[in-house]
Design a protein around this ligand. Structure first.
Ligand code: ZN
Length: 330
């Protein structure tokens, strides 16, 4: 009986040890999060963002303007607006040179394959902005994206190859100015092939493959991160909840799409193991692409904190802010 009691106490101690290895909740609430996947539309004020960030304990936010001009696509942001916000609130915003432009959309697919005058101007403009030292990245480039017009917001199907002459030019700029290039591309087999090809063509450019590397499987992500040491994944909006998009089978399911959590804030074991295996290669981000999504901002951050509580303290800190700090350092 005594032996059994001792064994039970030992099990208890071991279990307590396991709990200790995971970041405690009180500590997580204090983690200064860097939101590495933020967007900017014309109707979003700096003050709105700062208030949301302050309320949810977010120290810095990446700003990727959405240039789309039509009311349906609800963009009308600009790089100048992002720059203005980062100057107004020093240290709080991380502006990128935007990739979400009508001029780079599906209708202009050929521009990616054969850069024309418009592309040359954009490259020149991009280079000037990066040279100023006030921009920290390039993107989000929308390469393979599913249509979600049926969901009441604008967003059409995009199917552009990943490794194109224009993307190689952007990658060259990313390499030259040592800033990351952020791509949105759902992890279909052709996309994975294209990512491999781009990363092999330019192994020096840092690439952030959004939405947990295109919502790929833990196995594929593990292989890619092992092979390509300049590849990073952001978890932009990867919450399995009604208040986020990419962590569900949204806007449609495919056989290549993998979720990271079970819907209650619990990471799936294979994803948890992946983050522990590559703790310095993942970033978190809220991805409020359309302005109304900002109403869910605090909930999204709260859920990310829940997910981080599934990880060891050091890994949690890396995903929360350390990896972003390293990537967006000047
Ligand atoms: Zn995206």
């Amino acid at each position: 009986m005594q032996i059994l009691l001792a064994a039970m106490m030992l099990v208890g101690l071991f279990a307590a040890g396991c709990v200790q290895a995971v970041a405690p909740h009180a500590e997580l609430e204090k983690l200064p999060i860097i939101d590495s996947h933020g967007h900017l539309n014309g109707d979003i004020s700096a003050e709105t963002l700062i208030a949301l960030m302050d309320r949810s304990g977010v120290s810095r936010m990446v700003l990727m303007a959405r240039y789309y001009a039509s009311a349906y696509s609800a963009g009308s942001g600009s790089d100048e607006q992002a720059l203005d916000y980062s100057r107004k609130y020093p240290g709080r915003f991380i502006p990128f040179v935007a990739g979400q432009r009508g001029s780079l959309g599906q209708k202009n697919r050929s521009r990616w394959l054969k850069p024309d005058g418009v592309a040359e101007n954009l490259l020149l403009e991009t280079e000037q902005k990066l040279r100023s030292g006030e921009f920290y990245g390039l993107g989000e480039f929308i390469i393979r994206h599913y249509d979600y017009q049926a969901h009441g917001q604008g967003g059409s199907e995009l199917n552009i190859p990943v490794d194109t002459p224009l993307m190689r030019r952007f990658a060259a700029l990313a390499e030259k100015f040592r800033v990351p290039l952020l791509l949105h591309a759902e992890g279909e087999p052709e996309v994975v092939k294209g990512m491999r090809s781009l990363l092999e063509y330019n192994p020096k450019a840092k690439v952030i493959w959004a939405h947990n590397c295109g919502r790929s499987s833990a196995e594929i992500i593990g292989q890619m991160l092992t092979r390509y040491t300049n590849l990073f994944c952001d978890l932009g909006g990867m919450l399995n909840a009604s208040f986020a998009g990419y962590g569900r089978y949204w806007p449609r399911a495919t056989q290549w799409m993998h979720l990271i959590e079970d819907g209650s804030g619990q990471l799936y074991p294979e994803m948890q193991a992946l983050y522990e295996r590559f703790p310095d290669r993942f970033l978190i981000g809220t991805d409020p692409a359309h302005t109304p999504a900002l109403a869910q901002y605090e909930k999204r951050i709260h859920r990310f904190r829940q997910l981080l509580s599934n990880l060891g303290p050091e890994t949690a800190q890396r995903l929360a802010f350390k990896n972003a700090e390293a990537l967006f350092r000047r």
